[in-house]
Design a protein around this ligand. Structure first.
Ligand code: PMP
Length: 450
């Protein structure tokens, strides 16, 4: 019976479902990798009854873990009373007002107002438009360009695709706007070199043409790139020196992922704008937002004479706001930010312990529960494997066979395995993750004779 259901669902999937960011060839040849039916805590169950550790929290977003009924209840309560109403034309409702107030309370000092969206791409596009709008209102309309970085991932809508620094994402449509420029990533660079590259770029383009610099505090999809310690302080100084707005893309790093409420807190740096999504609702319902500094908000209030011609139907969706509030309440009441820090340290210790035992593990790193293990031919020189060996993708396949979902990043001939388990994870579960990882890497090492 189960197999019949699976067969028909597989066929229907192949015939009708165009999957986001997926290999269509793989789908057509093998069907969907999994058809999940349930989630509980850090575990997902598929339609064959197999249980797997979701060491990626789906897309780095299910921060409170699966199966929390309180969120469903909050959604139902809101849907029963006012499922939806618009926030255009200054119409308002309590869930959006309360969520805005809560975000202002959580955000660093000086960021007290939010523009709500339904996800990360919408948030980043909104931030870019708000930056250009701000400069127009400040009588510097020529400030239009946005500097981002290589290996960045900011989404797939028009501006966010252009800001993304992984060229595969430009293939469908080209770089959608030439107003986006990509500086070096700090990956494998010291602060001085990384900052010099951005300074050069600003000087070459003309500082008076640059609206904003955007960066993820820890680059996620690009391979968990944790910057050197003084990097973001230097970025802040550079932006101030040239009068450029600093947008922090906290879509992954927000809401406890790295062991602080927001990623930039690690370095005591306050951005001018902060984009949010994912962990804001732990993925239970789509939601996102852009927080802006008091200075930007004041400019909008004082200088905008007319309408802000930017808004999504679902900006401030009441049900999504109610779910976000309940999710944030759980993160706070259950001390999940602290748990992320503690369990992140455990995860990193685990990575280090297996690095000592396996000679193809290179750099290992984690900030809170956002971590990576790099596989290399020679850890002493960091010599990478030939991409044709597909080392990291094979490890990810074996991990899944052994009961754990992870992701690989192979961009620019790297073999990086990424980890972002739900923030509710405990020590025993971390130990279990490390054991599965150890066995899987050894299996691939044997299989490929590397
Ligand atoms: N920014 C970052 C840092 C992300 O990781 C993502 C999604 N992985 C996005 C933006 C885009 O978010 P969404 O997919 O919700 O549009």
């Amino acid at each position: 019976m189960r197999n019949n259901v699976k067969k028909s669902l597989t066929e229907l999937d192949q015939r009708h479902f165009i999957h986001p960011t997926s290999s269509i060839k793989q789908q057509q040849e093998h069907g969907p990798a999994f058809i999940f039916t349930e989630g509980d805590g850090i575990y997902l169950k598929d339609n064959n009854g197999r249980e797997l550790i979701d060491a990626m929290s789906s897309l780095w977003n299910v921060n409170i873990g699966y199966g929390r009924k309180e969120l469903g209840k909050a959604a139902q309560q809101q849907m029963d009373t006012l499922a939806f109403s618009s926030a255009f034309s200054t119409f308002s409702h309590e869930p959006a007002i309360r969520l805005s107030e809560k975000l202002a309370e959580l955000a660093p000092d000086g960021l007290n107002a939010v523009f709500l969206t339904s996800g990360g791409s919408e948030s980043n596009d909104s931030a870019f438009k708000l930056a250009r709008h701000y400069w127009k209102l400040r009588d510097q309309p020529e400030r239009k360009k946005i500097i981002s970085r290589q290996r960045a991932y900011h989404g797939v809508s028009s501006g966010s695709t252009s800001a993304t620094g992984i060229p595969q994402f430009w293939e469908m449509a080209g770089l959608l706007s030439t107003d986006f420029i990509h500086a070096d990533t700090p990956y494998e660079l010291g602060t001085a070199q990384a900052i010099a590259s951005i300074r050069n770029l600003i000087e070459n383009e003309g500082p008076e043409t640059i609206a904003a610099f955007v960066a993820e505090p820890v680059q996620g999809a690009g391979g968990i790139i944790i910057p050197p310690d003084d990097y973001f302080q230097e970025i802040r100084k550079l932006c101030d020196e040239y009068g450029i707005l600093f947008i922090a893309d906290e879509v992954i790093t927000g809401f406890g992922r790295t062991g602080t409420m927001f990623g930039l807190e690690h370095w005591g740096v306050v951005p001018d704008m902060m984009t949010l999504a994912k962990g804001i609702t732990s993925g239970y319902i789509p939601q996102g937002g852009v927080m802006v500094s008091d200075e930007i908000h004041e400019t909008l209030k004082e200088k905008s004479e007319g309408t802000l011609f930017h808004g999504f139907t679902y900006s401030g969706h009441p049900t999504a706001c109610a779910v976000a509030l309940k999710n944030i309440e759980i993160i706070e009441n259950e001390n999940l930010v602290e748990n992320s820090k503690e369990m992140g340290d455990e995860m990193l210790n685990g990575f280090r312990s297996i690095k000592d035992k396996i000679d193809i593990i290179g750099n290992v790193r984690s900030l809170g529960l956002l971590g990576a293990v790099e596989l290399v031919e020679d850890p002493s020189t960091n010599k990478r494997f030939s991409p044709s060996l597909k080392v990291a993708p094979r490890v990810v396949e074996i991990l899944a066979e052994r009961g754990m979902i992870c992701r690989s990043v192979t961009y620019d001939s790297t073999d990086i395995i990424t980890f972002a388990p739900p923030l509710i994870i405990n020590k025993e579960q971390i130990d279990n993750m490390i054991e599965i990882l150890y066995d899987s890497i050894l299996e691939v090492r044997r299989e490929k004779n590397i």
